[in-house]
Ligand binder design. Structure first.
Ligand SMILES: Nc1ncnc2c1ncn2[C@@H]1O[C@H](COP(=O)(O)OP(=O)(O)OP(=O)(O)O)[C@@H](O)[C@H]1O
Ligand SMILES: O=C(CO)[C@H](O)[C@H](O)COP(=O)(O)O
Length: 408
């Protein structure tokens, strides 16, 4: 059997399976026009020329990961850590648009959902909507294309050009082993959400977001303090309405808060970071500290870990989050010496590392990335290892499934 998908020119309609022998011309990755007949009386349907059918020859499926966060919240840094876990560097498509937002490595392709903005910068200004507003985004196309890639079919994905603010001609995206869709809305549309094999939300508290944005947009983009403040305020209502609620659907949330180790800290340099892991997710077993299911508070500073003021504090325990049962690992404070992280790593279990010390090795390898001395870097690295493990488990389960049987 070849798995085929029927599209209309507007939106995806249905999935069908056609015996390969009777649909020779439709097998492969090309789109072909087909004629439809009703099942009941075999009458030819009208307007069938508007339909397209695409079939894939094999049953190998792309695994899809969703990464949601507001702009400037560390998605690119997280993606660099994730692709590093799989080995090899991620680069923009060769010979393509220099302003492409896509990053391709041997195993992963990362697409930025900004490419599904249906309104360009001028269009948004004219209509008075922000990029966070669903009306500025084409969720039908996002769904069709992510579904097609997941089914092994290449697509021509649009490009939103952040330099010009315009929609550029599309680029070809071939199905990778792992597709990461990162951006403002990977879990907003239920159809897209249902395609995700794993989802992550980077939840940066307002205080920290403000400090990061100021640091980047003033130093690297030449914006004034006033304009940064104004842009954050202008986005707030839409952020709260459309972006923030997605965290209820995430399998893992990395929450970044001001420290509790310094009373009334307003510098925002020391962070309290929480890795919130949903229980009962297929192929994902949460990381824990010392003893699974217990509630533990741990100050590792002393003989094995150098800590300057205000120190480091870990917490682990079960909680309820947005109506879901979760396990939380929390780190408040920052490391003085990254090589000593091995001491902390040796007390964490279920890391899905391939060898003792892999987390520390990854952190040392990218010591220059933002957040490498605190829980943001630590938990992003751990989630990277969990995604690799999830991928390997899904591939193994498919290898065990007889051809023609239902997929996991
Ligand atoms: N863990 C971190 N600790 C400290 N600062 C960070 C951290 N992660 C990101 N930042 C700051 O935030 C900025 C934005 O990070 P990054 O480019 O990864 O975010 P992004 O979500 O991809 O942004 P955008 O969507 O706007 O391109 C960085 O330049 C850095 O200043
Ligand atoms: O929230 C964003 C996601 O990155 C951007 O602001 C949005 O994509 C619009 O881009 P630009 O500001 O370059 O027009």
């Amino acid at each position: 059997m070849a798995a085929c998908t029927v599209y209309s020119t507007q939106s995806l309609r249905t999935n069908i399976s056609i015996p390969t022998s009777s649909s020779k011309t439709h097998v492969g990755f090309n789109q072909k026009q087909v004629v439809f007949y009703t099942k009941s009386n075999n009458k030819r349907l009208n307007n069938t020329s508007r339909y397209l059918i695409t079939c894939k020859a094999s049953d190998s499926q792309t695994i899809v990961i969703g990464l949601a966060a507001d702009s400037g919240c560390g998605k690119s840094t997280f993606m660099r850590r994730l692709t590093s876990v799989f080995g090899g560097a991620a680069e923009p498509p060769k010979g393509g648009n220099p302003d492409s937002n896509t990053l391709i490595s041997d195993t992963t392709t990362v697409i930025c959902l900004d490419d599904y903005h249906s309104l360009d910068r001028t269009g948004r200004k004219e209509k008075g909507v922000t990029a966070l507003d669903p009306r500025a985004n084409d969720f039908d196309l996002m769904y069709e294309q992510v579904k097609a890639i997941k089914d092994g079919i290449s697509v021509q994905k649009p490009i939103y050009n952040h330099v010009t603010g315009l929609l550029d001609p599309p680029e070809l995206i071939k199905p990778p082993k792992i597709l990461v869709i990162e951006g403002l809305h990977p879990m907003y549309d239920s159809r897209v959400r249902d395609l995700l094999d794993f989802s992550i939300y980077l939840d940066i508290s307002n205080e920290v977001k403000f400090a990061w944005k100021i640091q980047r947009d003033m130093a690297e983009r030449g914006h004034s303090l006033e304009s940064i403040k104004a842009s954050i305020e202008a986005r707030k209502p839409d952020f709260e309405a459309y972006i923030d609620p997605q965290k209820q659907y995430a399998d893992a949330v990395i929450e970044v808060l001001p420290t509790q180790l310094i009373p009334d800290d307003n510098e925002g340099k020391i962070l309290r970071v929480r890795l919130i892991q949903k229980e009962g997710v297929k192929y994902f077993s949460p990381v824990y500290l010392f003893d699974e299911g217990s509630t533990i508070s741990w100050i590792p500073c002393g003989r094995k870990l150098t800590c300057s003021y205000p120190g480091i504090k870990f917490f682990y325990g079960p909680e309820s989050y947005k109506g879901n049962e979760v396990s939380v690992v929390e780190m408040d404070g920052q490391f003085d010496r990254l090589d000593e992280l091995i001491y902390v790593e040796s007390h964490l279990s279920n890391l899905s590392s391939k060898f003792y010390g892999e987390v520390t090795q990854q952190m040392l390898k990218h010591a220059d990335f933002p957040g490498s001395n605190n829980g943001t870097g630590l938990f992003q690295t751990i989630v990277g290892l969990k995604i690799r493990d999830l991928f390997e488990q899904i591939v193994a389960s498919r290898a065990e499934t007889p051809v023609g049987a239902t997929k996991a």
